[in-house]
Ligand binder design. Sequence first.
Ligand code: CP
Length: 333
Amino acid sequence: MRRFLDLADLTREEVLSLLALAERLQRQPEPHALAGKILGLLFLNPSLRTLASFQAGMARLGGSSFVITPGQGTWQLETRLGAVMDGAAAEHAREGIPVLASYCDALGIRAFADGRDLAADLAETTFNTLAALVEKPLINLESALNHPCQALADWKTMDDFGVPQRGRLVLSWAYHPRPLPLAVPAAVLHMAALRGMEVVVLRPEGFALPEPVMAKARRAAALAGGSVRESEDRREALAGAHILYAKEWGSTACYGDAAEEARRRAGLTGWCVRNDWFEPAAPECRLMHCLPVRRNVAVADEVLDGPRSIVRHEAYNRLPVQMAVLYRLLKGL
Ligand code: CP
């Protein structure tokens, strides 16, 4: 494996093999496996889990890491090709990224969606521009439409809790005061479909996921024997559900139009997950969320602090699955 950019680049068997490696590294730690190896981490956007878990994972395997957050102690980075650099950015990615890559054995990049042009974000314009500058092993730390590390951790979390392979996962839109990127919902939808689950995307009108995202998930479901569909009916969607995966995302009907977006979401504050959402679900139905989550805005305290929530285990699992990814990329085994 040379790059970990999208779970869809791997076969289902390769994903299962990575999960098995994550389990093995949990049972039998290898504290010297990556001795002498260096991981570079470039964050164009904020992070808590991704940053800390990659640094911790590299250290637990005997390697080391450095973190660059442009504009915070390092030069602001221009990513647009052909830009006239007369603004705040003093360095262009065309120099900065190959220089960073030359200092390390693998590089991770986080570059969120621009949030203005859906077609450009669907094409992963920014991430692909940066990825093209890297010849070393590369990890997607979250791009416009993908978060493969989150998706892999989520798969492991469901395995850890015995969620049936053919179980029902409801990916539910949740309220947030601002439009958030589509990366996590797109990655989770694909992951659950590839796991073979019955996936229902529950969302209000105007918040359907883009057709290419749905089509990609349908292809994965067809391979794995699962299914993917959408619903606006909460009770129907959650009937018998094993997982309620809450996530906030922006409207695809008015992508990039801040005024229309605000108008659409103004009436949707009721999309805050509460205990009564689980009434039609399976008794053992769990809450997942990638974090960070706004308490009592997207998910109520009563759910996050209750027995259904597995969000902390989910966040913890970023560590073992990313250790498996690093092991594969840097050891090749
Ligand atoms: N879920 C996730 O990627 O968290 P961070 O944004 O804190 O890294």
